[in-house]
Ligand binder design. Structure first.
Ligand code: ATP
Ligand code: MG
Length: 332
């Protein structure tokens, strides 16, 4: 069978003041059609570099020192930047850690999805807006029509990531790369995003590379996983093999490094600190335009009347570190 993506003996280095620093060394990685492969490793191990190499979106000081990257058998390293512009978005797309970086802050969410659909699927404006609404609806957003009228800063992190994922899937790409898509989100929202991804990939049969440092999350979505350490893949196999019977010492370390949440709770505050800041029954209501909005953007009538936060009373006491905990969109 043909694979969706095959990376063969691929190496990459960065030119720096200290000379060429290798970032990826002799990488072999295959994503079979319709499967999701995980790429797991600590910060700085080269995961994002791998993603950028596949997308052909490398910084100018990157030097490719050998190998092949093939999308459905086609050698991407031979394509010009101009040819790649047509392939990105249409045949492969990418979802980043921080959804804000994928979105233009000055353009309504609906317009941003519609633009991609018009460009890559040749839809008319009306068709693209209808399709954008349907795509958002499939991601579980409750009022997709209203969400389309919002600007990125009017949506929570989880909502923005749903918009980005909806856009990524809307062009029915062969390959999607997820680079730590839930790292900026709380654990409940992260799970919802993972469930959404699982649902969408069943519906579409997309092939995916799922990058993360979080082994627990990865094991919920991938079929196979590769462990990367200092630019070298130290181990590859099924989730069962790699997580239950790790062969490489480094994999064992990585599994051992998952923090135990029980150790984080139950911090005792000594003494009787005094109140430093008191918030007494404060609410924030969206709809009345903020000064910034009033200056630059007309406020949409449909967004009037949402409570961002309501009846909030909090005492912050001297010398105390107060935690505010809640899922994405809860109003923190
Ligand atoms: P994280 O989990 O923190 O996102 P990562 O695994 O994605 O880390 P990369 O961003 O791929 O890691 O970086 C791999 C190595 O390459 C790091 O040592 C980094 O400092 C280096 N690097 C990345 N981009 C450049 C660049 N443009 N120039 C020089 N070095 C770079
Ligand atoms: Mg990264």
């Amino acid at each position: 069978e043909k694979s969706a993506l095959s990376i063969i003996d691929y190496s990459l280095a960065y030119k720096t003041a200290n000379g060429l620093i290798p970032a990826l060394q002799n990488i072999d990685l295959t994503i079979p059609k319709g499967k999701t492969v995980g790429l797991v490793g600590e910060s700085g191990s080269g995961k994002s570099s791998m993603a950028w190499s596949i997308m052909r979106y490398l910084p100018s000081n990157a030097v490719e020192t050998g190998g092949a990257i093939r999308l459905a058998g086609e050698e991407l390293l031979d394509y010009t930047p101009y040819q790649m512009m047509d392939i990105r978005g249409r045949r492969m797309s990418m979802v980043f850690q921080d959804p804000s970086t994928s979105l233009n802050p000055t353009i309504k969410l609906g317009e941003q999805i519609a633009e991609v659909l018009m460009r890559h699927r040749g839809l008319t404006k009306a068709q693209a807006w209808a399709e954008a609404e349907a795509a958002l609806g499939r991601t579980g957003i409750t009022r997709p029509k209203e969400m389309l009228q919002r600007f990125p800063h009017e949506a929570s992190g989880g909502e923005k990531q749903r918009v980005v994922i909806a856009t990524a899937f809307a062009c029915e790409p062969e390959l999607i790369i997820f680079d730590e898509p839930t790292t900026a989100l709380d654990i409940l929202t992260a799970r919802q995003i993972l469930d959404l991804f699982n649902q969408l990939r069943e519906e579409t049969n997309v092939s995916a590379l799922y990058i993360s440092h979080d082994l627990g999350l990865v094991s919920r979505v991938v079929d196979r996983v590769s462990v990367i350490h200092k630019g070298i893949i130290v181990e590859s196999g099924s989730v069962q093999e790699v997580f239950r019977r790790p062969k490489a010492d480094y994999t064992r370390q990585l599994i051992g490094a998952v923090p135990d949440p029980d150790r984080w709770v139950g911090v005792d505050a000594p003494g009787e600190p005094k109140t430093l800041l008191r918030i007494d029954k404060v609410g924030v209501r969206y709809g009345a335009p903020t000064k910034l909005q009033a200056m630059f953007w007309p406020t949409d009538a449909e967004t009037v009347g949402f409570w961002g936060a309501k009846d909030i009373s909090i005492d912050v006491r001297k010398g105390e570190l107060l935690g505010v905990v809640g899922e994405s969109g809860s109003g923190k």
